[in-house]
Design a binder for this molecule. Structure first.
Ligand code: MG
Length: 499
């Protein structure tokens, strides 16, 4: 390998990703601290940076370096081979899209986001429809530019879940659907029901903030390389493994929402803090895919945070901070935070019904991109599928096909990564339990670092070295399967609901 050339190439990669970190920092500031009047300037700042990033990514220098490194071979270094492979992928995706198309999509989406917000407020799908039609046409055009073999949707999916194929995901989802519907049917017939009113009691946000910080620290979130702030929508962002920030909100009616949103974002953050610092600003310190990223948040949120051993440790602390819960038993609390019932809104969905919401969106957007579903027919298709999957149907489009921001932002092929995240999470957790047999006893004793270290060793520190399918195979010894997810749900909800 030509080490001088690779050194120069790596310098370009680091600069490119440093510019992205600056862009992420501007975004973080906008969501947390920026005064309202700063918005216009911020848009100009971000737009300038986005231009610089695109220029760097598509520069002839980078293209030539890639070509020479590929020709001369980088196989003598596994790490160099990963960086070259990943930059080739990014370079191809960026250079195949005509500048005009990228600009037009950005313009259309900026406009569409505003219209979508109004349309949702008024529950007026007709207002949003022409924008959605234009976005889907531009996304289809993008897919054709990027290239695909089986179906155009694959090219869009590949942005978020590299290497994934829609047809394979559809088969997997189809099979999960049957299990979820069967379990949901049994739960709906159960006589036991949790008392949700305990979650609805007013709470002291300051006291809750102290508890969630204690939880985040106990799970292994490093506050010397991170912060917890308040924003309108909870998120996690990272500038390097040494600066990974999370947010939450305390305006929620249910006391459980800020708790689980923090645990969720901590899961994302532990992944980012677990990358090797010396690889910062390279693909060796970047997430494999959105699905794998989501698996880390879901694992901590659902497999750990909604488990009984977790609350055996934390519930006394929570009650001490929020005395209004003192008359609620640990069992009642645990049942309430694991309530299962069909609901219209995806972000409020429980562990059993959540993936059904995703199946619906995946199916619809795939048909939209294929040209098999007309935009005007989206509300009817949405409502019919809701009825089929969850037995309920929205009375307004605001509670139906207008509820998510994704399509208005041009995010098509993104939704399936949420469901994949749930499946990966269960399969990783099953492997962790095999390797760390007393895991649940450790949770009950407040010890979460052994799990974090296991995840770091098996998943985090590898960055983007492996594609998702390969990572799952390496970590769990088999390809992605629905079985661990279904087994987790069954073993959890059967006893809870007395099935
Ligand atoms: Mg997430």
């Amino acid at each position: 390998m030509n080490h001088d050339l690779y050194g120069r190439f790596l310098g370009m990669v680091r600069e490119l990703n440093t510019a992205r970190a600056v862009e992420a920092l501007l975004d973080w500031d906008q969501e947390t601290l920026m005064p309202p009047r700063g918005a216009e300037d911020r848009a100009a700042q971000i737009s300038l940076l986005a231009g610089i990033i695109h220029e760097r990514l598509t520069s002839p220098e980078l293209g030539e370096a890639l070509e020479r490194l590929e020709r001369d071979g980088v196989a003598d270094s596994f790490e160099a081979a990963v960086v070259v492979r990943e930059l080739r992928r990014e370079y191809e995706r960026a250079t195949r899209l005509p500048r005009e198309l990228v600009r037009e999509l950005a313009r259309v989406c900026t406009l569409a986001k505003g219209v979508w917000a109004e349309a949702r407020r008024e529950s007026d799908f007709a207002r949003f429809a022409p924008h959605l039609r234009r976005i889907m046409a531009l996304k289809r055009e993008s897919a054709d530019c990027i290239g695909w073999t089986t179906e155009p949707y694959d090219a869009l999916l590949d942005e978020f879940e590299p290497g994934a194929r829609a047809a394979e995901i559809a088969t997997l989802f189809q099979s999960v659907q049957a299990d979820l519907l069967a379990l949901l049917e049994r739960i709906r017939g159960a006589r036991r029901r949790p008392d949700l009113s305990v979650l609805e009691r007013p709470y002291d946000a300051g006291a809750l903030d102290r508890v969630v910080r204690a939880i985040a620290a106990a799970l292994g979130y490093d506050f010397s390389a991170g912060r917890l702030d308040v924003s309108a929508h909870p998120f996690c962002t990272s500038f390097s493994p040494r600066d990974v920030r999370i947010t939450t909100r305390y305006t929620e009616k249910l006391v459980s929402n800020p708790i689980f949103s923090v645990i969720h974002e901590v899961g994302h953050a532990l992944y980012e803090q677990g990358f090797e610092p010396q690889h910062a600003y390279t693909p060796l310190a970047a997430a494999v895919s959105l699905g794998i990223h989501e698996s880390q948040s879901r694992l901590w949120e659902n497999l750990v945070g909604r488990s009984r051993p977790f609350w055996e440790h934390f519930y006394p602390q929570l009650c001490a901070a929020l005395p209004h819960l003192a008359d609620v038993s640990l069992d009642d609390w645990h049942f309430a935070i694991n309530d299962v019932r069909p609901s219209l809104i995806r972000v409020d969905a429980d562990e059993v019904t959540y993936n059904l919401h995703i199946l619906l969106r995946f199916d619809l957007e795939r048909r939209l991109i294929r040209g098999e579903l007309d935009v005007d027919d989206v509300p009817a298709a949405w409502n019919a599928r809701m009825k089929e999957l969850l037995g309920i149907s929205p009375s307004t489009d605001a509670e139906g096909c207008l509820q998510d921001i994704h399509w208005s932002s041009g995010l098509v092929g993104y939704f399936p990564t949420y469901a994949l995240g749930n499946l990966y999470a269960a399969q990783f957790f099953e492997a962790a339990r095999r390797d760390l047999p007393d895991l649940e006893r450790q949770f009950a004793a407040g010890r979460f670092l052994p799990l974090r270290e296991w995840l770091r060793e098996k998943i985090h520190r590898h960055g983007r070295s492996y594609r998702a399918a390969e990572l799952v195979q390496r970590v769990t010894g088999r390809p992605l399967s629905k079985e661990p997810f279904v087994a987790h749900l069954t073993s959890k909800f059967e006893p809870l609901y007395g099935l």
